[in-house]
Design a protein around this ligand. Structure first.
Ligand code: SAH
Ligand code: SF4
Ligand code: F3S
Length: 451
């Protein structure tokens, strides 16, 4: 019997990937996606625990879901409510205590058991909890069938983290680092390309720590994996995220210089520019180490667009520490970036540190940092005007006759073009900048840049 499924996704791209795989897993059971929670037989909230706000959003959403479930039950229908993802892993049965509307709680390594969990709920109509950790088992159990929505796709190659930065919940919610074997990844990439993907973003919480096994059991680093994937006919672009400075090895840097499909964009979080704070964060690198790394990467691929993550107001951060972050940003010159006020997460070492920074100070520092980062991003975008860039056309734009795509540097590009161009790489002359995107027109002259 046809049933409808509503999934709401919070947090990082890994959660976006997981949500897509949950839908793939449930399709054979007759579940079709709906974008309306009020008429869904199954509602899944795929949650994020990274900052307090992210976690709290889930409970307010559950309040709304409770009313929808009640309305359905009054009409003689039912609704199964599941909480998945990192809040599920971190808070477990606490969730059903706070929100009795929830029927099922399962962590990021347990969602392959969804069909079985649904059967258990149906049998018992009692709450069901699954928060085990074996990432390998999950990947082995996921269906080979993949669905692709558009021309770009995510592919999880690595999961979990052993770095234990003192502010971060990921090692607790995603578990130990695990790299999928090369053959499994190649098979999934080929399936994605067969379904129309032209660009694949390789995902991992520590993606450049990838060391999956080849057929002989030898570990393969990310740079070599990218080389292998670049051979798949039809796969034009490869990206990866998120990287850690300590795992940025020479092979991967070299790949940026000579693998044409590897796009010139790198998200390389540094978090702070102060060595004292980096040490307290347990990042395992200094500001100088990061700056030298950036130099090496730019030597291999001079036009690479750099992106980063920053935390302001980590416990004990002084004005001088913050100024060191501003100085590092000025020296690197980012094409884009994400920055956050430190949020104390229960159970992480930093939450118990003395010297918690007042919210007002965090807010003021964040504003200054974001103004600088926005200025750099605007300058990077403005510098593209007059250039011709190869743009992967993705989908219709906001206006009739318009399409949008991405430049090699991940900038959204809008242009007038027929819808049939979706999935093609087109040379586009950049004519202007709007908010956070570029405007252009199809160029007569080729770009000379690799696609
Ligand atoms: N694995 C990635 C990203 C992890 S989460 C990495 O190692 O960089 C994404 C970003 O959220 C982090 O880079 C960090 O900047 C931010 N973040 C993580 N924990 C946080 C916290 N407790 N408070 C504020 N920001 C946080
Ligand atoms: Fe979190 Fe640090 Fe691991 Fe990134 S490297 S996921 S910030 S613990
Ligand atoms: Fe959030 Fe979990 Fe991703 S905490 S950022 S959804 S790994």
């Amino acid at each position: 019997m046809a049933k409808s499924l509503f999934i709401k996704t919070y947090g990082c791209q890994m959660n976006v990937y997981d949500s897509a795989r949950m839908a793939d897993l449930l399709a054979p059971l007759g579940y079709a996606a709906t974008d309306r929670p009020d008429d869904a037989d199954l509602v899944i909230l795929n949650t994020c625990h990274i900052r307090e706000k992210a976690a709290e959003k889930v409970y307010s959403e559950l309040g709304r879901i409770r009313q929808m479930k009640q309305t359905r039950q009054d009409a003689g229908q039912d609704m199964v409510v599941a909480v998945a993802g990192c809040v599920a892993q971190a808070e477990g049965e606490e969730i059903t205590r706070r929100a009795p509307v929830v029927d099922m709680v399962f962590g990021p390594q347990s969602y392959h058991q969804l069909p079985e969990l649904l059967a258990r709920v149906a049998r018992a109509r009692g709450e069901v909890l699954a928060t085990e950790f074996p990432a390998q088992e999950k990947f082995d159990a996921l269906p080979r069938e993949v669905s692709v929505d558009g021309v770009t796709a995510f592919l999880a190659v690595q999961e979990g983290c052993d770095k234990f930065c003192t502010f971060c919940v990921v090692p607790y919610t995603r578990g130990a680092e695990y790299s999928r074997p090369v053959a499994q990844i190649v098979a999934e990439a080929e399936a994605l390309v067969a379904k129309g993907a032209r660009e694949i973003t390789l995902l991992g919480q520590n993606v450049n720590a990838y060391h999956g096994a080849d057929a002989d059991g030898r570990p393969v680093p990310l740079g070599d994996l990218a080389r292998r994937l670049a051979e798949i006919p039809g796969l034009a672009r490869i990206r990866y995220t998120t990287s850690h400075p300590r795992d940025m090895d020479d092979a991967l840097i070299a790949a940026h210089g000579d693998v044409a499909a590897l796009m010139p964009y790198l998200h390389l979080p540094v978090q702070s520019g102060s060595d004292r704070i980096l040490k307290a964060m347990n990042r395992g690198h200094t500001a100088e180490h990061y700056l030298r790394l950036v130099e090496k990467i730019r030597a291999a691929r001079p036009d690479i667009a750099l992106s980063g993550d920053f935390i302001v107001g980590f416990p004990g951060e002084t004005d001088a520490d913050f100024e060191a972050t501003m100085a590092l940003v000025r020296e690197v010159n980012y094409a884009s970036a994400f920055s956050f006020a430190y949020s104390a997460r229960p159970g992480t070492p930093a939450a118990a540190l003395p010297g918690q920074v007042p919210e007002a100070v965090k807010g003021e520092r964040l504003q200054r940092l974001q103004a600088l980062l926005a200025e750099q991003q605007d300058a990077f975008n403005a510098a593209q005007v007059g250039r011709t860039l190869p743009v992967l056309i993705e989908k219709p734009g906001r206006h009739a006759g318009q399409m949008t795509g991405r430049s090699p540097y991940l900038q959204p590009v809008h242009l007038d073009a027929p819808a049939e161009l979706a999935g093609q790489i087109v040379d586009v002359e950049i004519t202007g900048v709007t908010a956070r995107s570029l405007a252009g027109r199809r160029a007569a002259r080729p770009s000379g840049l690799a696609a």
